[in-house]
Design a protein around this ligand. Structure first.
Ligand code: FAD
Length: 448
């Protein structure tokens, strides 16, 4: 017989975005939580996570933050981004709105600021102890201890990110499988400083993109007037990180492909050679848990490429989904873990695919007239069929429709858009009676 769930104490490995939020959820359910984090306290050292200085927060993340009552504090740190500001090779600008309604915006937020706020919220519960400077290297399941500290655990949850040590231990113990799919493209962070007066050097309320076919540059605003700029480029090849070995080579690439960004990047070559080149991959693994011992959640279970701006949002949605799995207090931990994996796996698999597809959209498709036509038509169809035809980007970013449903409905909608635009060159030439028929035939109203 499985043991009932009596254990009140939970050990979390990793006090990043998922770990710190999960600690708040667990404390609210009455659990005592110990967080083991390898970094020093970022609130004291001012250190970021070593990765993307800012992130896009959207509805799924916001919904989870609202559930634990921290969203009001987060709100003052946000910069709304209403759409993509495209920079073409001649420096011409074009704004493509993300959504169809004024509130459909995504928001830029500082990773370290958000992490600090969540660490404070976890500590404020009075049930969470955070031990910084503790790197977990493995798990001794027989003794129920984390290594090398030898600290005992009752229940262990790995929120230790894409290189998770807890995941490695679970997979070794269960004979599970790990699939690491490198993107073949890396990233480099650069910075646009504020103006002398502390203002923004470009439109503040947009996510800037310089789409260049095989690669791209993007920029997200920060509250101090600066922008964090990220160059996404193949790792190898003629135009690649491998080829950019000298300041002259970097300057030449920017002069050729991102000329309007050069005056905004006074420290271009210094930043380029001082900052690391980040690696990007999709991680899929199974199982996510071992008996009633341990589970992984967030990037540790399903790291994705960043092009839909959903990794953190998905990790926050995981926390909320895990909390719902705890509703039945009599359920044994092994059942809680199994239920969590069953609910979340199809959805996180869907966002992993959609994130990969979005790279192609951001760096390339977004430039095509057909993209704009389909986007305009999708908005018109959303107005004609509210709650039924919802552009896929909106389903992912502005709704909490399960990711797998968004992917499935998105494919149906894409086929409808393709059919309707196969001959039409503008939205006004689309046959809307036919559109209404196709939607009625193929798209059921969404659930949830
Ligand atoms: P992490 O944030 O990686 O946290 C893991 C924590 O565990 C860290 O604090 C780490 O120090 C600690 N740790 C790791 N190993 C150990 C160990 N062995 N022992 C103890 N502690 C350990 N997502 C979005 O939603 N929107 C975006 O716009 C977005 N942009 C991104 C841009 C880039 C360039 C990248 C790389 C990612 C982006 N993401 C974005 C994804 C997002 O960063 C991740 O999905 C999110 O950080 C996952 O949170 P996590 O807590 O699971 O992992």
């Amino acid at each position: 017989m499985k043991a009932p769930r009596t254990t009140p104490e939970i050990t979390l490995v990793g006090a990043g975005l998922a770990g710190s939020l999960l600690a708040v959820f667990l404390a609210r359910r009455g659990h005592r939580v110990t967080l083991l984090e390898r970094r020093l306290d970022p609130r004291k050292t001012g250190a970021g996570g070593g990765r993307s200085i800012n992130l896009a927060l959207a509805n799924r993340g916001i919904a989870a933050l609202e559930e634990v009552g921290v969203m009001e504090r987060v709100r003052s740190q946000l910069i709304p981004m209403a759409g993509r500001m495209l920079h073409d090779e001649d420096g011409r600008l074009k704004l493509i709105p993300y959504g169809n309604k004024p509130h459909e915006v995504i928001s830029s937020v500082s990773r370290s600021g958000l992490n600090a706020l969540l660490l404070d919220a976890a500590e404020a519960t009075g049930r969470v102890a955070i031990r910084f400077g503790e790197t977990v290297t493995g798990v001794d399941f027989a003794r129920r201890q984390v290594l090398p500290q030898g600290a005992s655990y009752d229940v262990l949850i790995g929120t230790d990110g894409s290189a998770s040590a807890v995941r490695a231990a679970i997979l070794a113990r269960t004979g599970g499988r790990l699939d690491e799919e490198p993107l073949g493209h890396g990233y480099k962070e650069l910075s646009i400083p504020p103006t002398e007066a502390g203002g923004f050097r470009m439109e503040k309320n947009a996510l800037h993109i310089w789409p260049r076919g095989e690669y791209m540059l993007i920029a997200l605003p920060n509250t101090d007037g600066s922008f964090t700029v990220t160059l996404f480029l193949p790792q190898r090849g003629a135009e690649s990180f491998e080829a950019l070995t000298t300041p002259d080579a970097v300057r030449a690439l920017f002069a050729r492909r991102f000329a309007d960004a050069i005056p905004l990047l006074p420290r271009l070559t210094e930043d380029f050679f001082a900052n690391p080149t980040g690696h990007l991959e999709t991680i899929r693994c199974a199982p996510w848990f071992f008996e009633d011992h341990a589970l992984v959640l967030g990037d540790a279970a399903h790291a994705i490429v960043p092009f839909h701006g959903q990794g953190m949002n998905a990790a926050f949605e995981d926390c909320s989904a895990f909390d719902r799995c705890l509703e039945d207090a009599d359920r044994p931990w092994s059942d809680v873990f199994a239920d969590f994996e069953r609910r979340r796996r199809p959805n996180t698999a869907a966002i992993a695919d959609m994130a990969l597809e979005n790279y192609v959209e951001m760096r390339s498709t977004v430039r095509e007239p057909k993209f704009q036509l389909k986007k305009d038509l999708a908005f018109r169809l959303e107005e004609r069929h509210p709650g039924r035809f919802i552009p896929r980007y909106s389903m992912v970013m502005f709704h909490t429709i399960p990711y797998a449903d968004a992917q499935r409905r998105g494919a149906i909608q894409e086929a409808i858009l393709d059919e309707l635009t196969s001959t039409a060159t503008s939205v006004d030439r689309v046959d809307f009676d036919r559109a209404d028929r196709l939607i009625a035939e193929r798209l059921a109203p969404p659930r949830g």
